[in-house]
Design a protein around this ligand. Sequence first.
Ligand code: PLP
Length: 478
Amino acid sequence: MDGEEFRKEGKVVIDYIVNYLENIRDRRVFPDKKPGFIREQIPDCAPIDGEKWSDIFKDVESIIMPGVTHWQSPHMHAYFPALNSYPSMLGEMITNAINCIGFTWASSPACTELEIVVMNWLAKMIGLPDDYLHKKGGTGGGVIQTTASESTLISLLAGRYVALKLYMDLYPNVSKHEIHGKLVAYCSDQAHSSIEKAALIGLVTLRYIESDENYSMRGKELQQAIKEDRENGLIPFWVCATLGTTGSCAFDNLEEITHVTQKELLWCHVDAAYAGSAFVCPEHRTWLKGIDNANSIAFNPSKWMMVHFDCTAMWVKNSGALHGAFNVNPLYLTHEYSGLAIDYMHWQIPLSKRFRALKLWFVIRNYGIAGLQEHIRRGVKLAEKFESLIRRDNRFEIPCTRYLGLVVFRLLGDNVITETLWKRLNSRGKIHCVPASLKGKYVIRFTITSPRTNVDDIVTDWKEIVTVTDALLKDNVV
Ligand code: PLP
């Protein structure tokens, strides 16, 4: 494909994308396919001779789209949102055209420079204290990681570096490996599985703290666990507080938790993967109380803020801990400003880095803070609407407080009846949800996702739930 063909076909693809997104409501949100369906339709081996673009492009609609779960659909309510937007897509296009690899400042100065500025913008937009900002002579700052999972792992490894250093200084005769073997990390029993994965990779013990009746981790329980572990000769070093849990969007009590972590000299990481976008609205920042005393925080603009995956915003107060954990300095990566400018390779696990700041910059500028606030508030209002529809039907219960855009509901009675409802709903493909277990209670999670979702969509979804429920209760599934 040459430049002229790209110019022509690119315009066709743009038209296709706009038509796809603007008419996405008409597609079945969840595909009706079985594993292996693509293998049945395309050859086993790659073509020897290049194919015509028109033949390739045809297969998008005929082979790919029938197997797509349409995450941008107003009827997509599973997981947490992964929204896109036109300015973000334009950012991705330019990023792809540039395709620089920003591991050091010199490997593409604009990549690092823009990331620094945009991460400061975003920190101010969600109300983070100054300590998390890039400042002359300061140690804080933001970095764009791929995912919340990776940010958690990075934070845990930074915390581990700090703890090992501290305890090796305190006990010079004890080996690093012996200290390492005693390290304990903590999170709530509602925390995302990525915390467990971080502990597995970091080779540290993870202890779950039982959450309270609101699915929130509290300081007292954390303090008690730390005390027990210290008495058993273990070394508590890192805590992950979740703001917006995956199961029910519950919030750990950050103020109480950071009170404990400060006193006990533990690293506190805040996982706000989904809920972090809501902090652009001042009325949702009450949950951030205590952030002054935490050490790192991450959230995904790639979830609710309409910036394409991948884009996870992570801030730390002490970037020196990241350098300590990740610093390698081969000669071929040194440059004129080594040690003076930020080299993001020291802030992340991979060496290479995409120019992700561009799409984030475009979205923030094109929507403005006011536009992003409006987007969040609209989502929350639609969730309130859905909640009110459920509450009017006494066959259902909402077993926990609704926060932000996630409504959790179940049918009264045994878990099996809600599980059957969920299976039937998903198999019809008109709406798509995932379940969760809240302290043994089987629930269906309904997240408001697309910025295209309107009240009519919510009412349509509710009617679908009622239709399936009526049939299910007639079938006497118990
Ligand atoms: N933390 C929480 C609270 C989440 O809900 C999720 C995913 O939804 C994650 C972490 C993992 O996010 P990522 O896919 O960006 O690693």
